[in-house]
Design a protein around this ligand. Structure first.
Ligand SMILES: *Cc1c(COP(=O)(O)O)cnc(C)c1O
Length: 494
């Protein structure tokens, strides 16, 4: 299976090379040249397997250079007892046509683990395939969740190092503690004086500094990133859509071959795109419902065909969806049009004018498979309270956005096709918002709120969050943005 860029189909590369490179040299994103097909029998067979085997069967056809056995062993290592549910990504059913697909049983209690427990293994295996003898050093700028999930993914993976930069005053108590207590001999965490954009700009400067790359090479390392435009992060996400479908069939909500819907809390458009790719591979899905918070650029795009990032940026209680440029939408636009020229043009308009408009033809294709809606911060809190009161089921703010948007979609359209709400974080990652949704006092340091939420609901907190307060802080370094390269240089010499 070969891959090429959304902006020019001329150069084809294998999966390993696409994963090593991350971004294509022309700035586009790598896409597979075709989608492997799964028949009704293939899907029925998946239904009889556990999560690791399901994931391996879904991923293997995309990884031409790897044998089925290699992919199976990567999946077995990625989805093991680092997940605190035997189902890895189980579905919690709440009524006869709704289930919550829980993607937060991994080591950091957020859905990024589904991809970031796999990516380091795929990346190091890809380096071996390509005969690259350098180690890989991952640089991450994070506004919170990605940094921790990447640290957990790469900690003690041979041949890798990882350094995470976070804005000193821009992450929550719990998020900071999660990062500075990270175990592992190859990890480093560094605060940056400034906001997320300063940290992000600093990392981009290091990536584009050729002299620095040479210096790193001289020390035996090449620099790479773990962000969500890498094909190696998207691919593992396709698997849980197949897995959820199998669970809906096994639970009797749908008959084999019957269609279901998915409602996905969306930021960078990676998660929902993985679902759409599963459909292209033969998974019976009727519609994808794209759920946003007040940063509802995608809601507008899916209803009008105009993508316009020139709008107010809102800080919300679902911060992982506070995004105005959804990078992975570029891949959908390529798949729907098959036209690299068009996609390049739109992306150029986006970066130069902050806006582009897809024509009627593309918009009608989007509308035939996607619906969209958004939910405010208060709406999310009300939804957390409703789901707790009606089902005794505790959800976080991101999941609540999707849950509320699904309810509104069903009321508005009368479409009560069985649907999965994709649940992207443990409610214990957002204790303060969840406690206030339940009408409880939420003023205390973050790690104390964990115990309080446990006391109020009786729902056990994930062990990784419950034990946070007792762990020693390992990383105290704080640098100016100009000092980031030096911090990386020093880390590479260790
Ligand atoms: C990253 C994230 C999202 C958004 O996912 P995308 O793939 O960027 O659309 C939603 N919820 C949570 C909790 C996340 O961490």
């Amino acid at each position: 299976m070969d891959y090429f860029s959304t902006r020019s189909a001329r150069e084809k590369v294998g999966a390993a090379e696409a994963i090593i490179r991350g971004l294509a040299p022309d700035g586009g994103l790598y896409v597979p040249e075709r989608f492997p097909q799964f028949s009704a029998e293939d899907i029925a067979a998946l239904g009889r397997l556990g999560y690791r085997e399901r994931a391996a069967r879904v991923m293997a056809p995309f990884l031409g250079e790897f044998s089925a056995e290699e992919v199976a062993s990567l999946c077995s290592a990625a989805y093991a007892d680092n997940f605190d549910s035997p189902g890895t990504a189980p579905v919690r059913f709440v009524d006869e046509n709704t289930g919550y697909l829980e993607l937060w049983h991994g080591p950091t209690s957020a859905f990024k683990d589904m991809a970031l427990q796999m990516l380091p293994r795929l990346l190091t295996a890809s380096l071996r395939k390509r005969g690259v003898e350098l180690g890989v050093c991952i640089l991450v700028a994070t506004s919170g969740d990605t940094g921790k999930a990447a640290l957990e993914g790469f900690a003690d993976v041979p041949g890798t190092k990882i350094i995470v930069f976070y804005p000193r005053d821009g992450v929550s108590d719990v998020q900071r503690l999660q990062m500075v207590t990270q175990a592992g001999s190859n990890v480093n965490v560094c605060a940056v004086e400034g906001n997320f954009d300063d940290a992000q700009a600093g990392v981009k400067r290091i990536f584009s500094d050729r002299a620095f790359a040479e210096l790193a090479r001289g020390k035996g390392w090449f620099l790479s990133s773990a962000n969500s435009i890498n094909w190696g992060r998207l691919l593992p996400q396709i698997a849980y859509y197949f897995s959820a479908y199998c669970d809906f069939v096994n639970a009797g909500l749908i008959a084999p071959g019957e269609s279901m819907n998915f409602c996905v809390p969306t930021g960078n458009f990676g998660n929902i795109l993985a679902g759409w790719m599963a459909k292209r591979m033969g998974l019976p899905v009727e519609r994808f419902i794209c759920a946003s918070n007040e940063n509802n650029v995608l809601t507008d795009f899916i209803s009008t065909g105009v993508y316009d990032r020139r709008r107010e940026f809102h800080l919300t209680n679902s911060p992982s969806m506070d995004i105005l440029v959804s990078s992975n939408l570029e891949r959908l636009l390529y798949f729907l049009t098959g036209d690299c020229g068009k996609v390049s043009g739109w992306m150029a308009q986006l970066s130069e004018q902050g806006r582009y408009e897809v024509g009627e033809e593309t918009l009608s294709k989007i509308k035939s498979e996607f619906s969209a809606g958004f939910c405010t911060g208060d709406g999310a809190l009300a939804e957390i309270a409703r789901v707790w009161a009606e089902h005794g089921y505790l959800i976080d703010t991101h999941t609540a956005v999707a849950s509320a948007v699904l309810s509104a979609y069903r009321c508005g359209t009368g479409d009560d096709t069985p649907a999965a709400v994709v649940s992207t974080a443990s409610p214990y990652k957002f204790c303060s918002a969840v406690l206030s949704a339940l009408g409880e006092n939420a003023t205390a340091p973050g790690h104390e709120l964990i115990g309080r939420l446990e006391g109020v609901t009786g729902v056990p907190a994930p062990a990784n969050l419950a034990g946070l307060a007792g762990r020693g802080e390992r990383f105290t370094l704080c640098v100016e943005p100009e000092g980031m390269a030096a911090a990386v240089g020093e880390f590479l010499s260790e």
